[in-house]
Ligand binder design. Structure first.
Ligand code: PLP
Length: 367
C-alpha cells in the first residue's frame, strides 16, 4: 500500500538530530518560553520576511489570538462580520465563532479552490470588518485583488497560512507577509510540521504583536501584572527546537512537493480528471494535490483496491456540519460541487519515484 502520508518516514530523516535536541532540552531544565522558542520566533519571522513572529500552541489558537487582539485594540468587536471561504477547513471558521465574530461564508472559485474575489462585494454590510483569506492546499489566494478590495472597503485582511509555509507571491513576498496578520499551524501533517501541536502568528504590526504576546501568556505584562484576561497558548521548548531543525529543510521539502506536483500535472491523463490550477509553481507549495472527478468515490475505491491511499479534504462542507446547524439551510453550489468531486493524492517529501509513477499509472487506467 502506498500511504497517503508516511509521517514516520518524513521524520525519521531527523532522528539523530531530534535525539540530540531532546538531550539538550532535558539538560536545560527550562521547558516553557525559553531560548528555543525565541530563537524559533526570530528564525521563522526571518523566513517569512516579517518583523514579528509569536509562537503559539496550535493553528486554531494562532487565528483566535489575532482576532482577540484586534478586539483588545478596538479594531473589531463582537458581532462584526468576517468574510471567509465556504470550503476551508472548519478551524478557520471556528476561530471566528470562538471570538464571537460572525463568519460570512463566501464561495470559492472552482479552478483555484480559493475565495472568489467576484463573490465578495455582494456580502458587504455595515458590519463587515475583515476578510480571513485561506491559502487552501498551499496555493496563495488572489492577494492583489483581496488587498485592493480590503482597501476600498476599509477591511482588515488576515491570512490563514496553515497550509502554505513558504508559498511565494510573484512580487517575492511569502505567505505570512501578505496581509495585516497571518496564522500558521505546525500540526505534524503540515509542510512545516512538529512532533506535536504548534502554531505561530506573523505580522509587521508592532501593537498587534505586543498584545498577542501578552494574550498568549495569561495576559501578563510582567511576572505579576495582568493587563488582559489572557490565555495559555504557549508553544513548548521541545517543539520549538524540533521546528528550528525542520525549518532548515522546509524549502527543500517544498521543492520536492512541487516537483511531484509537476510530475502529476504532466503525466495524469485520465479523461474526466480536472487537475489543480497552477499558473506559477512558486506560489503553490502543494500541501495537498487535489484533483476533481465526477466519479470521485469510484476513483477513490479503485485506487484503494490498487494499493494507493487517498483522502478527501474535506468531505463535509462547514455549512452542512451539525456544529453549524444555524447554517444548514444555506446552499453553496460551488462549494458543494467541490466537496463532492475532490480527491487528494499522496504528496510528501519522502514519496519515492517508483511510488509516484505507480500512482499515475493506476489513475490513468481507471475507467
Ligand atoms: C490545520 C489547519 C488549521 C488549524 O491548525 P491546528 O494546528 O490543527 O489548530 C487552521 N486552518 C487550516 C486551513 C488548517 O489546515
Amino acid at each position: 500500500m502506498i500511504k497517503f502520508l508516511d509521517l514516520h518516514k518524513v521524520n525519521e530523516r531527523f532522528q539523530e538530530a531530534f535525539q540530540k535536541q531532546f538531550q539538550l532540552f532535558l539538560n536545560s531544565g527550562n521547558y516553557i518560553l525559553g531560548e528555543q522558542v525565541s530563537k524559533f520566533e526570530s528564525e521563522f519571522a526571518n523566513y517569512c520576511g516579517v518583523k514579528y513572529c509569536i509562537a503559539v500552541s496550535n493553528g486554531l489558537d494562532a487565528l483566535k489570538l489575532i482576532f482577540e487582539a484586534y478586539k483588545v485594540l478596538g479594531k473589531l468587536k463582537e458581532g462584526d462580520e468576517i468574510l471567509v471561504p465556504a470550503n476551508t477547513y472548519i478551524a478557520s471558521v471556528l476561530a471566528l465563532s470562538h471570538c464571537r465574530l460572525k463568519p460570512v461564508l463566501i464561495e470559492p472559485a472552482l479552478d483555484s479552490f480559493n475565495i472568489d474575489p467576484n463573490e465578495l462585494e455582494k456580502h458587504i454590510t455595515s458590519k463587515t470588518k475583515a476578510i480571513l483569506g485561506v491559502h487552501l492546499y498551499g496555493k496563495l489566494f488572489d492577494v492583489n485583488r483581496l488587498k485592493l478590495f480590503c482597501e476600498k472597503h476599509n477591511l482588515l485582511l488576515v491570512e490563514d497560512a496553515a497550509q502554505a509555509h513558504g508559498a511565494k507571491h510573484l512580487d517575492g513576498r511569502k505567505a505570512g507577509n501578505l496581509s495585516h496578520a497571518a496564522a500558521f499551524s505546525f500540526y505534524p501533517t503540515k509542510n512545516l510540521g512538529g512532533l506535536g501541536d504548534g502554531g505561530a502568528v506573523t505580522t509587521n504590526d508592532y501593537e498587534l504583536e505586543t498584545v498577542i504576546r501578552q494574550l498568549r501568556n495569561y495576559g501578563r505584562i510582567s511576572t505579576n501584572e495582568n493587563e488582559y484576561k489572557g490565555y495559555n497558548c504557549r508553544l513548548d521548548e521541545l517543539q520549538a527546537s524540533f521546528l528550528r531543525l525542520k525549518l532548515k529543510y522546509l524549502d527543500q521539502d517544498n521543492k520536492k512537493q512541487q516537483s511531484i506536483a509537476q510530475f502529476y500535472l504532466n503525466n495524469i491523463e485520465l479523461k474526466g480528471v480536472i487537475l489543480p490550477a497552477c499558473e506559477n509553481i512558486e506560489s503553490h507549495v502543494f500541501h495537498q494535490f487535489v484533483i476533481r472527478h465526477k466519479k470521485r468515490n469510484e476513483l477513490k475505491e479503485y485506487l484503494k483496491n490498487n494499493s494507493v491511499e487517498t483522502l478527501i479534504h474535506y468531505p463535509i462542507p462547514i455549512h452542512k456540519q451539525k456544529a453549524y446547524r444555524e447554517l444548514n439551510h444555506l446552499s453553496f453550489s460551488v462549494t458543494e460541487k467541490i466537496h463532492s468531486e475532490i480527491l487528494s493524492l499522496p504528496i510528501y517529501a519522502t514519496l519515492g519515484e517508483n511510488e509516484i509513477r505507480e500512482i499515475v499509472s493506476v489513475i490513468n487506467t481507471f475507467n
